[in-house]
Write a protein that binds this ligand. Structure first.
Ligand SMILES: [Mg+2]
Length: 216
C-alpha cells in the first residue's frame, strides 16, 4: 500500500512535555505540603488532570474542599502553560524534524491528532507547525481517544482515507483510537504498548518509510 499520509500524536511522539507536567505537579503538591517524587509521577501517566490531582491528594492523606480542588487544578495548569512557553526547536524528539522533512520531500501529507488543547502553540514553539497539512487538537473533537474521531478528522483534512495513512502513538488509548479508525499504527517511545500496535520504533530515527510501505 502506498502511504500518502503520516499522522502524529503530539505528546510523547513529537515532543515530550513530561518534565513540564512533573514540575507543575510538584509545585502543586508543595501547596499541600507533599513531597512529590518522580516515582509518584509515574502513576500519573496517561490519566486526566482531575484524576491526577485526586491521586496526589490521596498521597497527602488530607482532605481538600471542592473549591480548593478547582483552585489547585487551575494552579497546576497555569504553571504548566508558563513552562511550555520555553519550549523551542531543540525540544522536538529525536528524528522528528528529519522524518517530517523526508515525508515532505516525497509529497506525503502530514497531520497531528492530539488531545492537547495546547497543540497549536506547542507546534509553533517547536517551529514545525507549517509543515503540517492538518492539525486536530483537543479543541476540535467531541469524543476523546480511544474514539478514532481525532485521527479521522485529521485524515479528512488531509484529503485521505484511513487506509492511506500511518498513525504514530505512544499511548494505549491513542493506539486503540487509530486501530478503531482503520489506520495502521506505529507505537514509539513506550515499549509497554509495543505489542498493541502494528509495529514499534524506539524513536522516529528508527522509522524508514520505504521499508514500511513494503510491509503494510
Ligand atoms: Mg501521547
Amino acid at each position: 500500500m502506498k502511504i500518502k499520509g503520516l499522522i502524529f500524536d503530539l505528546d510523547g511522539v513529537l515532543v515530550s512535555t513530561e518534565k513540564n507536567h512533573f514540575t507543575a505537579w510538584k509545585k502543586t503538591a508543595e501547596r499541600l505540603e507533599c513531597d512529590f517524587t518522580e516515582l509518584d509521577n509515574e502513576q500519573l501517566k496517561g490519566i486526566s488532570r482531575v484524576d491526577s490531582l485526586k491521586k496526589i491528594i490521596a498521597l497527602t492523606g488530607t482532605n481538600v474542599s471542592p473549591v480548593e480542588f478547582d483552585e489547585l487544578l487551575i494552579f497546576k495548569n497555569e504553571i504548566y502553560l508558563e513552562s511550555i512557553r520555553e519550549l523551542g526547536p531543540a525540544d522536538a524528539l529525536p528524528g522528528v524534524v528529519e522524518l517530517l522533512q523526508q515525508a515532505k520531500a516525497h509529497d506525503i501529507k502530514l497531520g497531528v491528532g492530539s488531545s492537547s488543547k495546547n497543540a497549536n502553540a506547542i507546534l509553533e514553539l517547536l517551529q514545525i507547525k507549517d509543515l503540517f497539512d492538518a492539525i486536530i487538537d483537543g479543541n476540535g473533537v467531541s469524543a476523546p481517544k480511544p474514539d478514532p474521531e481525532v485521527f479521522l478528522n485529521a485524515a479528512r483534512d488531509m484529503g485521505l482515507s484511513a487506509a492511506e495513512c500511518i498513525v504514530f502513538e505512544d499511548a494505549e488509548s491513542g493506539i486503540m483510537a487509530a486501530k478503531a479508525g482503520g489506520f495502521k499504527v506505529i507505537a514509539t517511545g513506550n515499549p509497554h504498548v509495543a505489542e498493541l500496535a502494528h509495529a514499534y520504533v524506539e524513536t522516529l530515527i528508527d522509522f524508514n518509510l520505504s521499508i514500511y510501505e513494503e510491509s503494510f
